[in-house]
Design a protein around this ligand. Structure first.
Ligand SMILES: Nc1ncnc2c1ncn2[C@@H]1O[C@H](COP(=O)(O)OP(=O)(O)O)[C@@H](O)[C@H]1O
Ligand SMILES: [Mg+2]
Length: 248
C-alpha cells in the first residue's frame, strides 16, 4: 500500500548539532505508528520537519500524494496533517468551546472570528460533540486555563480533531496525564483511528501505551534511525534495549 506519509533521507541540524541524520520512515494509511527513543534523540525535531515548522537540510517528505518538503505549517495543515505539542498550545482565557471553534477549518485559526461570534452553528455542534468524545463536555464553558494539565491535553487533542485531519502527529500524548486517565485516552486514540480513519504517528515514552497502540514502531537514537519493527520485535531488539529500554 502507498504510504500516506513518506520521509526519505531527512537531515536537520541546529548549528553543530545533528538532530536528525538520514531519517527515512513510512506510515501506511489508516495505521498507528510509534516513534520512540531517548530524550534528545531527535523525535520532536522530526515532527517539526514533517509538519513544516522548519526547513530540512536534506531529504524529502511526501504526504497523501503531495510533495510537502518545501511547504510550511498552514499549507500542510490544509492538506490534512497536524501535530500536537509536548506542552499544550491553548488560549487560557478562552473557554473550551471557543478554543475548539478557532481550530475549525472555517475560521482558519483566527481568534477574532470567535470573539465576534462569527461561528457557523455546525462548528459549535462539532465542538461540543468532540468535547463530549474526550470527556470534557461538562467543562465546555470553563476557561481552558482553569483545566488541569491533563485536561488541557485532552482539549488540545479535541482541537486537533476539529479540522477533520487525515493524519495526526501526537507528541507524548500521555505525558503528564493522571495514570487513571491513560487507558481512557488510549481508547480514544484507538477510536479516532478506527472510527474516524485518522492515521496516527505517536511519540510516546510510556512503553505499555505504545506497545499496545502501535502496529509498527521506529526507534531513534542520537539523531539516527536505530530500529524499526512490530512491537514484539522492538521489545526484543538488543540495540533498542541498550539505547533506550534498558533505562526504562
Ligand atoms: N531549536 C533548536 N535549536 C537548537 N537545538 C535544538 C533545537 N531543537 C532541538 N535541538 C537539539 O536537537 C536534538 C534533538 O532534540 P529533540 O528533537 O527535541 O529530541 P527528542 O524530542 O527526541 O527529545 C537535541 O540535541 C536538542 O538539543
Ligand atoms: Mg521531544
Amino acid at each position: 500500500m502507498t504510504p500516506i506519509l513518506e520521509v526519505a533521507g531527512v537531515r536537520k541540524t541546529f548549528g553543530g548539532v545533528v538532530a536528525n541524520n538520514d531519517i527515512s520512515i513510512q506510515v501506511p494509511p489508516g495505521k498507528i505508528v510509534g516513534l520512540i527513543g531517548p530524550n534528545g534523540s531527535g523525535k520532536t525535531t522530526l515532527f517539526n520537519s514533517i509538519v513544516g515548522y522548519h526547513p530540512v537540510d536534506a531529504g524529502s517528505i511526501r504526504f497523501d500524494g503531495n510533495e510537502i518538503t518545501q511547504l510550511r505549517v498552514p499549507e500542510i495543515a490544509r492538506l490534512g496533517m497536524l501535530r500536537t505539542f509536548q506542552q499544550t498550545r491553548i488560549y487560557g482565557l478562552m473557554t473550551c468551546v471557543q478554543n475548539m471553534q478557532i481550530s475549525a477549518r472555517t475560521t482558519q485559526g483566527a481568534p477574532w472570528q470567535v470573539m465576534f461570534n462569527r461561528i457557523p452553528p455546525e462548528d459549535t455542534e462539532r465542538a461540543e460533540a468532540l468535547l463530549e468524545f474526550v470527556g470534557l463536555y461538562a467543562k465546555r464553558h470553563l476557561r481552558a486555563g482553569d483545566l488541569s494539565f491533563g485536561q488541557q491535553k485532552l482539549l488540545e487533542f479535541a482541537m486537533a480533531l476539529m479540522s477533520e485531519p487525515k493524519m495526526l502527529l501526537l507528541d507524548e500524548p500521555t505525558a503528564g496525564i493522571n495514570p487513571t486517565l491513560i487507558n481512557g485516552l488510549m481508547d480514544r486514540l484507538q477510536r479516532v483511528n478506527a472510527d474516524l480513519g485518522v492515521t496516527l504517528l505517536v511519540i510516546e515514552h510510556n512503553m505499555r501505551v505504545i506497545m499496545n497502540l502501535a502496529e509498527y514502531i521506529y526507534c531513534l537514537a542520537h539523531g539516527e534511525l536505530l530500529a524499526f519493527g512490530k512491537p514484539d520485535e522492538i521489545r526484543n531488539d538488543q540495540r533498542v534495549i541498550d539505547a533506550y529500554l534498558g533505562a526504562h
